[in-house]
Design a protein around this ligand. Sequence first.
Ligand code: ARG
Ligand code: ASP
Length: 746
Amino acid sequence: MVTYICLPKILKMRYIKIYVVVALFLVSCKTTKETTYQAKEQSVPVVQNTSNIQGGMWIPSLLEGMNEREMQQLGMKMTAKDIYDVNNSSLKDAIVHFNGGCTSEIISPKGLLLTNHHCGYGAIQSHSTVDNDYLKDGFWAKTIDAELPNSGMTVTFIKRIDDVTTKVFEGVTEGMDEALKMKQIAKNISKITKNAQKEDWQDASVKSFYKGNQYLLFVTETFKDIRLVGAPPSSIGKFGADTDNWMWPRHTGDFSMFRIYADANNRPASYSKENVPYTPKHYLPISLDGVEEGDFTLVFGFPGRTNEYLPSVAVDQIVHVLNPAKIEIREKALAIVDKYMRSDAEIKIKYASKYASIANYWKKWIGEDQGIEKSKAIEKKQNLEKEFSKKISAKELVGYKTLLSDFEKLYKEIERVSLARDYWIEVAYRNVELLNATFRAYQVEQAYKRGGVQAFEKARESVLNRYKSFYKNYSKIVDKPVFEKLVKLYADKAPKEYVPSNMEGVDVKTLTKSIYETTQFTSFKNISELMSGTAEEVMHKLNEDKAYVFGKELHRMFFEKMNPEYQALNLKIAAIQKKYMKALMEVFPNKRFYPDANGTLRVTYGQVRGYEPKDAVYYNTTTYLKGVMEKYIPNDYEFDVPQKLQKLYESKDFGPYGENGKMPVCFIGTNHTTGGNSGSPAIDAEGNLIGLNFDRVWEGTMSDMNYDPAICRNIMVDIRYVLFIIDKYAGAKNLIEEMTLVHPKK
Ligand code: ARG
Ligand code: ASP
C-alpha cells in the first residue's frame, strides 16, 4: 500500500507517519490538455459474458452514465444514486479516507469505524509498551471512556465531486510550452479551489484524471479526533505476517476499529474531552448471510496509485531496472532489522511498523516482476502499440505519430537518473534512519539559507517535532549495520555520475565506525542539544558532525542534480503520456478506459471468484478457521494461534457467524484494487457490508500496470469472522450492539 498524493506533492510514508514536504519527489501529476475529454459521454461496453469484465476504478459521481448497467448485469440491485448522491444520503457518506493512506467505513450510528489491522498498526503500536503490548495482546475498549485518542490522526469524507475540466484549461493553448501551460493550470486550479462553494470547516481540492485530460473538484470534510476502539492480537490481525502477505489462501483477521468524534454541532474539531461520537449521514448495515461464488461485490475506497497506460518501454524499465535495485536494497535492510527484532522484545515493538512497511513493498515488487513476466504484459503492450501505430497511420492522425518513439527516447534518457533517484530514496531517505535524520537537518540549513533566521526558527521547530517521534522508535544498534550495508551498495551500484565524491572508493566499514562513534544524530537528547543555540551556532555544529557532513553530500546530490534532471525529463514524459492517453481513447473507442488511481474515492466491482494460479490448480473463493489451525505453529513469530481461538474452534462455538458448522475467514473477488484500498468495505448487491478488503493475490500483484481478470483477485476478510472475533473472542458485545446486522438472503 502506497500513498500517492499529487498536489501538493507530498511523500507520505505509511505506518511511520512522516510527511516530508519535498516539493520535488514525485512523478509530476500536472499534465495539461487543450481539448476536454468528457468521460461522462462514454459508457463501458455491455458484455454478454460477465467473466470478461475487466476491472477498473471508477469515479463515483459518473457511474450512472458509465457503469450502472454493467453493475446491474453483474447482479447489483442498487442504482448509481444509491452509491453516490449529493442531496440525499448514499453509500459514499459511510466511506472515509483513513489517515491519508487507507480506507475505512462507518458501521454504526455512533461513528464507529472499521479498517484494517495493518492500517491501525502505527496507532496500536504507539499505545503499546513491553508490559502493555496491544500489538501482541490486542485492545478492546469496553466503554466509550476507554477509547484511546491518537494525536495527528485524521479521517476525511467526500462531500461533493464536480467536473471542473473546462475551467482548469481556461487560457491554455496548444502552442504554449509545457512549463507555461502548467503555470496557467496551477493558477486556474488555485482560483477554482478558492472560489469553491463550501462550508467554512470544509476543504476543496482539484485532482487530475486520465493523465491530465480531466479535472475534478473535491469538497471534503476532515475529522481530527479519532480514537482507537478495538484491535485483535497480531496473531489474528496479522496472522501469517510477511510469509502470507500478498498470498492466497489467506487466514488473516486484518481489522481494527476506531471512532470519529465531533464537536457539539457534529462538526470536525481537534481532540477534546467534550467531543462526542459523530453521527453519520449513513452507516453500513452488516450482512450475516455470507457470500458464494458468483455473488456481486463492490469495493468502495481510496486507491492510491496505478499505472495502467504506461508504454511497454516504461514497464520494461520498471521490471528490469528499477524494481530489482529496490528489491536488493530492501532485502539487505530487512535481513538486518529482522535479526534484531527476533532477539530483542523492545526492538521488536520499535521496529514492528517500520519493518512491516518496508517488507510490504519489497514483496510486492517481487510478485509484480514475476506477474509481468508470466502474463507477458510487455509483449501485450507492444502488440497494442503496433495496432495503435497502424491505426493512426491509417487515420492519418499526424499529431500522434511520434508518441511511441518519443516515449522510447525519453525513457532511455531518464533511466540512469531514475535509478539513481531510487537509490537515494531507498538508501538515504527510507532505510538508513541516520541519513533520514540528516536529511531533515539539511532542510533546516536550506531554510536558513533561503529565508534567514525566521525561516530557520520555523524549520527547526518543525524538525524537532518530527525528531521527537522519530527517536522514540530509533535504535542505533539496528541502524548502524544497515548504514554500513546500504551505503556500500549505493557506492558500488548507483550510477557513477550520481555518487558523491565523498563516497568514491571509501572504506565503508571505517566510515561507519567513525560516524556512529561521534555523531549527535543517534538520540533525541543529543540532537536537541545540537539544534539549540542561534542559527549561526547550529549551522556550525551541524557542519562539524560527521553524519551530517556525510549525509549532506548525498542530499545535495539529490536536490541539486538528480531531482532537477529527473523532473525536467519527467515533465516531458508526462506531456507525452497525456497525449497518449487521449490518443488511446480516440483510436480505440470500444476499449475500456478508466482513470488511474490517484488517491481519490473510487468504486470497483466484480464477483466472488476463484482462480487458477497454475496448470491443474484451482484456488477456491473462501478460507475457513480450519485453515488457521492447519497453519498453526506454536510460539511462532508469524503463525501462532491464541489459545482462546483454538478453544472456540474445537468447540465450534461460532455463534450466528458460522456457516454449516464452519467459520469462514477470508474470500476473494475480481474487484480491481490497489494500495490505499486497504480497509475498503466489500459491499453486496444491496449495499450491506460483507467483507473488508486488505490485500491482493500473489499472481495478480502486477495489476497496477496490467490488470488481468483471469488471475487478479482482491482479498477480503469475511465480515462474519470480524464479528466472531469481536463477539466470541474478545467479548466486546458492546460493539456488536451498536451495529445493524441483517439477513438480506433470507
Ligand atoms: N499487502 C497488503 C497491503 O499492501 C497488506 C500489508 C500489511 N501486512 C504486512 N505483513 N506488511 O497493504
Ligand atoms: N494491502 C493494500 C493496502 O494496504 C491493498 C493492496 O495493495 O491490494 O492498501
